[in-house]
Design a protein around this ligand. Sequence first.
Ligand code: UD2
Ligand code: MN
Length: 395
Amino acid sequence: MAERCTYKMFVSWSIYPRILCRSTCKGSLTSWYPVFGALILVLLLVLQLSMSVLLKTDDRPTDNYVQHVVRKLTELEYANLEAKSVSSNRAGSNIIDLCDAFPHALEGKIEPLSLLKTFPEVRPGGFWRPTDCEPRHTVAIVVPYRDRLEHLEIFLKYIHTILFRQKLEYRIFIVEQATGCTFNRGMLMNIGFLEAMKHGNFSCIVFHDVDLLPEMDDNLYSCSVTPKHMSVNIDKFDYRIPYDSLFGGVVAFSKDHFKFINGFANRYFGWGGEDDDIKRRVDNRGLTVIRPPDSVARYSMLKHGAEAGNKANPIRYFEMKRALEVQNVDGLSSMAFNPNMYKVLDTKLMDLYTKITVEIHKIEVLKVLPTLFPIRPRHPWISSKFRKFIAKEKT
Ligand code: UD2
Ligand code: MN
């Protein structure tokens, strides 16, 4: 009888309302309290365990771990490249080893301004390749430039040290825009790309602002399987990315990917827009952007103000709206279609770089594109100043 009562009580407590149990086996419920207590404790324990597994709050991989994974992945990537290049490079009898994917000379953090020195080993035109091993990458560094001599001098002395340590075959191209037309960073990059290809068969191109100095020598100036944004964390922005889709500063593209997206847009005159536009081009072609780990992608920006010849482009937001629509028209394709868009005035082999001076012809650049404002806007919110600007753009 006692057993039946206990059984009934257990079933009733767990399934039926407690009042039912009280009516059948009054008085013996208290003897089960320790068991219920234990059950509740076990339940709480299980709940806590499953929550910690689901939320994973305290076992996120460390930055070092992420770096390690990225490096392993990159090594795998390099191993594939190695298999290809070994067959082509080692046909002769003078076999030397491929340079390490992560050369031993890399130290991590460097003090930008402590490195300035001269480089007798760099060949005229800013060309260098290691002699003790076969370089894995052939890189063109393309820098858009006008009237920032102070920055250029610091940049050149500094960047060579890092590129030596990384055992790259490289050449630096400074693409200088002649006076007379608003600065056009995107188009200078395209010109740099086309001109660099005349000087060598570069498989990788790093597009680089002149005022950015890498703080870590293991931020590799080589290309990856997808386009790479290298200047993620800059001192000027407290080493935090201002917005997630940022793609300005320093970016690396394989030659094929750069052609695949049709290069930079040429239609951005003045400051801004061209960097967000190229990010849209990359996304539109289904390419993902990779970034080195936060602790590696660190840069210092040399101080500067806004230049008179590079005022903020007032129509950049309008232009960005049609970024995808004109992707195939505006870029490397239009430069091949209309060779009058620019003129190379001079190519000089300087001690530490190749200097390409170009003249950009704005009217020719815009000529190949559909008019941005086909109907003259009559909305009351458009100021007369802006109306005049649009009218000028149309001519
Ligand atoms: C941001 C971007 C830059 C570019 C620009 C908008 C980052 C870190 N930087 O830079 O990549 O998208 O906005 O156009 O995201 N330059 C000259 N002479 C001039 C003007 C410009 O040489 O008179 C060159 C130089 O290489 C310079 C670069 O163009 O570093 C970008 O111009 P900026 O430094 O004035 O623009 P900033 O720092 O706002
Ligand atoms: Mn800058």
